[in-house]
Write a protein that binds this ligand. Sequence first.
Ligand code: ADP
Length: 589
Amino acid sequence: MAALDTNRELAAAEQDLLLARIRGGVWLVLIAIAVFAAGEATLNRGYLLPLYALKAVELATLAGIVLALRHPAGRRNAVAVALTGAIVFCLTTVAGATVAGDASTPPLIFVVLTMALATLLPWGLVPQLAVVGVATLAVVWNTQAVHGSLRPLLGYPAATMVVAFGASLYVAREFQRYREERARVELELRLARAAAEAASRAKSAFLANMSHEIRTPMNGIVGMTRLTLDTELDGEQREYLEMVRTSADALLAVINDILDFSKVEAGKLDVVEAPFALRDCIGDTMKALAVRAHEKGIELGWSVDEAIPDGLVGDAGRLRQVLTNLVGNGIKFTSRGEVVVEARRADSESGDDTVEVAITVRDTGIGIAPGVQEQIFEAFEQADASVSRSFGGTGLGLAISKRLVELMGGRIGVASAPGVGSAFTFTVRCRRLPAGALAPVAELAAPQTTAAVDDDACGLRVLVAEDNVVNQRLVARLLERRGHAPVVVENGREALAALASGGFDLVLMDVQMPVLDGFAATRLLRERERGSGGHLPVIAMTAHAMSGDRERCLAAGMDAYVPKPVDPEHLYAAIAELLSGWSGYRAAP
Ligand code: ADP
């Protein structure tokens, strides 16, 4: 497919070149006709009438060439058009010379003509051979007509013509070979590039698959560890299990980075637009990082310039991801002092309905040497290999952040002094939400762990659609602990069958399932409800790194989602909020 396209493109480029040359040639011939006409004015007046008649034929031929090249059919057969023109000129030239009794000019003109055609027109050996043949015959006829014999041609004139015509054939053939060779090389390059791109795509797909395969059992480890931590344990067991949980969380973070990065590489990472509140977004992010900072004895602070409206439209999730990365790095590379986030307005206030926000994350940490400040935004780059050993990390965070920021229409950069601290600044361009529009707009988001939720709803019949056995156990157990009664099914089709018999208060729906996935199952459920009335709350369970999941959940008719690995607090908060009748987790109309 790629090869075919390449060939077609090359042929088209060659055709364009040919057309351009023919058009240039037409002008050259026009000038030549004018020059010869000036010379002919000095000739015997008796010759002028037939000579000018021949000029008229030549001019008509030129006009014919120009007109033919305007027509698609003419353009397709440009070689034939050029060949016809060249032959007509051979014949009119000879006819004119014969009328004037001149047998010495045509050989000269044809020597020049054949060389010019061979070097200027990329038309190859066969048309060139045709012109040389016609020119030879024309010269023979001209000599015979003027001198009554071919004798004057013998010797130098014939030798000159043989050398020149032969050379023109050689040049035309070599040019043709050269063009074919170039076409072949270009084709190979193109194929090599396509192969490299395919390999890169395959690698990204492999990475994404692997990450998914690793993530599923990891979810099991994290979830079951959490469950066990909630049972009765002695001090030692608890300590070891806490370590298991910390390690699993760290491993999950690395896997998420790799998955995101493989998506960056595959060009599959995208940002979604939804209304969000900037101050909440920054505040929530900082809250989530507070524990880490507190453990190291580092101050965390943040401020948002008053000139920034609170209601914006953009990708809050991705913004949070970048911010988490930068603040996380700040905490990681600072041993004493503070990490401060400051959001300023970066454009003039009077502008259109977009707002450019500049967010600076400043720390008082180890700083970054000037020589590597550019490099750290590349994948796998770390300022100092020895630093990475003492601090850990994959070197992917900043590369992902940079790409995310660029996708959100911004830039990212760093100012830093070793031993003093670093300041990472990035900008994002968001649309401004009309005043007052934020409040009623639903933001289908995972609830924060920090949200204190009183889950007074209990004894619910909950349908759990989930194919992974460990997750089934985990979610069922979490529900039972709150006094709910879970019923577990394996896939979307079974879920629909179970729901048909009724009696459920809530559905927990895995998104990725065999037979019928969670999106399709929910869509069918909503369709069924349209006939029968009612609205059974559906909470999606999705892998957090799947960008665009939120929109897909909404579109499929889901009401909320909890990220995997399912965190007990997230799950309880989602259930409580959904059942308390608060519409924030429902799809906006
Ligand atoms: P990781 O932190 O996983 O190594 P990143 O891409 O987030 O990967 O960062 C790349 C490198 O940039 C880090 O290894 C570190 O050398 C340097 N770096 C990033 N942030 C800071 C910071 N706030 N202070 C000092 N060095 C930093």
